[in-house]
Design a protein. Structure first.
Lengths: 446, 446
């Protein structure tokens, strides 16, 4: 039963492509059950291969999307005589991993000659939970099939090695890229030890993120918006600029989902000049109904000096006072003296204030999605501070000028020729899907 | 053997999507034999169904790409005992159709109980060739499977009906959208009685068609360029603006193809002000080596008055004289008095001069591909004079301003809100493919 595989020196490739139907949001037909033309990545009429069960295990891993953050959302299935006898998915931070959930209430007799499928190798270290690798000892399990190597250097290759040492470990990397994509914030955090930053926007074919009349309309269609809401649920926080807030008054919550965990992300608003304090009454009303609605946590990123000015102002209005005292709204800024660019400033703010954020979020901040407007997105692109871009393109033209990327920011790209830009910015389209009338591209760095 | 199908009232849907691996250029792995992850549209290990043979017939139909224009490029296979005993593809204009080619040198004994597969129903009328439907009479053929209905009203549904009347006709629309896409200029011409106009460009993620430094570099990668050359071969003519010519000196020929028919398209240059006549010596030299190279036909579209001025000028240079007398270069313009917009002007020019063009091309002009620059493309989009867009998007940003669509033309779109634009312009992404590092979208009208 011992599988002869080399577990040494396996590098996690940073550039990969996903099978049709998969995105960084998982297996698309899970979100869109009526999605046409998307078949499973294998012929499911050919019965019950390891690939088949790994695919089912992947679907299991999608159940606790976002609940498990900052842990990966792992799935585990126990299969006996071609039946699933138990299943599990990683619980919330500090609670049980997928294997431990699947093993609850399963007797030694049940496990005898069973096959266990796990999307990620079992942990081997004592963390907030005991090592999962211990679960497999002294059982009469037939085999354990692992779908992907863990990027955590404390675990990587050791989980699978411990199973091999027990004579029951196997690997099958049929869906390893897809598992990596599904847990991409976890993989990036493990490999780069940094906050995961996603950029998301919808644009017309000619690259407009909104029309020049500022009349608010969705650019992308219904399926795209559903997917975007799913991403909101998956990431820990979402951020928009105050310009977008005062133009659109977005709710920034999660709607239109069948699979809802009721886990709204933290709302973050980049408002360096504290424009929120000088809103007129009409704006205040809309804000309270939408973006600042009760029951959701909001973090404003402001400039230190401007914030102090507001706080110490003697002519403070009731609205300003309420904002400052509302215990669902937190104002944070960067205390350092360096002059920073926009994206850099935001990242330093988040790093400096992580205990406040932990308090609001209930767990460490692992991932954030920047949703607009075009100035904020352009800053993150130009400063190269991002890990993935989710770009929705709708099949029409707008012909405007005001809401294009790089249209109102320092144009550092203008110093480059195409050749230089191509060499400087090594991006890769890792996933693509047609969502309703729109095209989705998911682009990562090489 | 009579198949009970209704052939009445079958509308040719104008909005459709293609199976993975298919584009309007056909089956992609035909162009890129090493293309990974693209499997045939059916399981070819399950032996020899009608779908399997229709797929093989489709591949046969790709052999005479562009040679058959303005006829559709149809494929025909004759199969007996699971072997192909004969095959054919439509020959050049005025010559034999696919069925007639496949039937040559095939005996009555061979045909007995054979299965015939055709991508398009056989013609039933006397044209430049006798009706193909006659071929099937008084033979002992087992069945004839037709993959798509002909859009030509003289033929539509009658070819298949004649086969049904013989007791051997069947339809199988498994690949009918793909067959329609492969012969899209023919279908549009039949349905709308107009010149087929394709737009093609490559852009960065932020919608730049070139960098602002005008330093010439390819935006798209090698696979995209191969596909673009394949499209050049497939369409009858390609057109660029004189600005692009004098900036890039493109060869506008066909390169980088394995499947080359040595059928260069007609080169057309939109040069309303006759800039070609005032080139300096350096430009003249480059033009003669590249865009105006010997052996290829070139048509310049100029303004009538400006052209007359040049022709009658007494200080005509040798270069100008050579241009005017070069029998590979034709200057055409619109003789009418109406003031027309750019795209409209070009289309009227082509309609007015179709006998000159026929003379250059050797057959009627059915299709043209507009390749740039951004001004010319923007005109065709704004005036709504196009049938398909082939858009290549490379995964990087340029951040420029000068080479974006609509950046230097009358901004009629600015009068619309997004909602209006969405309703006015009903486009549909009919095909999508990842070509190397780039994303290809093929967009048609609904």
């Amino acid at each position: 039963m011992l599988t002869n595989i080399s577990t040494k020196g396996r590098q996690l490739k940073m550039s990969f492509s996903l099978k049709k139907g998969f995105t960084f949001g998982g297996w698309l037909p899970h979100l869109f059950p009526n999605m046409e033309n998307i078949y499973p990545p294998l012929d499911t009429t050919i019965s019950h291969s390891d690939e088949y069960w790994l695919f089912r295990t992947f679907l299991e891993s999608m159940k606790n999307a976002s609940i498990s953050n900052p842990n990966p959302s792992v799935g585990c299935l126990i299969v006996k005589n071609n039946n699933i006898i138990s299943s599990g998915c990683t619980e919330s931070w500090g609670n049980r991993h997928a294997e431990r959930v699947a093993f609850q209430n399963i007797s030694a007799e049940d496990l005898k000659n069973s096959s266990v499928y796990i999307t990620l190798e079992p942990c081997t270290h004592q963390g907030r939970q005991p090592p999962c690798s211990e679960l497999f000892k002294n059982k009469d399990i037939g085999k354990v099939v692992v779908g992907c190597i863990d990027p955590n250097p404390v675990v990587s290759n050791q989980g699978i090695q411990s199973l091999i040492n027990l004579g029951i470990g196997q690997t099958n990397f049929f869906l390893s890229n897809e598992i990596k994509a599904w847990n991409y914030p976890f993989f990036i955090q493990q490999q780069k030890n940094k906050l995961f930053i996603a950029l998301k926007w919808a644009q017309s074919l000619d690259g407009c993120l909104a029309d020049d009349n500022d009349g608010w309309q969705w650019i992308s269609g219904e399926q795209s918006r559903t997917y975007a809401h799913w991403l909101r649920q998956k990431y820990d926080a979402i951020m928009v600029g105050i310009g977008t807030v005062l133009n659109d008054f977005p709710s920034l919550d999660i709607r239109n989902l069948n699979h809802i965990n009721q886990r709204n992300p933290l709302k973050m608003i980049y408002d360096p000049e504290g424009k929120i304090f000088s809103c007129n009454e009409e704006q205040q009303k809309k804000l309270l109904q939408k973006t600042l609605q009760k029951g959701s946590h909001k973090i404003f990123i402001v400039d230190k000096n401007i914030f102090e000015k507001f706080r110490n102002s003697k002519q403070i209005s009731i609205w300003q006072k309420n904002l400052l005292e509302n215990n669902e709204i937190e104002f944070i800024n960067y205390q350092g003296e360096n002059k920073l660019n926009t994206a850099e400033y935001i990242i330093e703010c988040l790093n400096e204030n992580n205990s406040k954020i932990l308090n609001f979020l209930g767990r460490p901040l692992q991932s954030i999605m920047i949703e607009g407007g075009h100035r904020l997105l352009s800053s993150f692109i130009q400063e190269n501070h991002f890990d993935i871009m989710h770009i929705f393109t709708a099949p029409f033209f707008l012909g405007g000028e005001k809401h294009k990327l790089f249209s109102k920011v320092k144009r550092s790209y203008q110093d480059y020729s195409i050749k230089e830009v191509k060499n400087e910015t090594r991006y890769h389209i890792a996933a693509q899907a047609l969502l309703g009338e729109d095209n989705l591209l998911e682009i990562i760095k090489k």
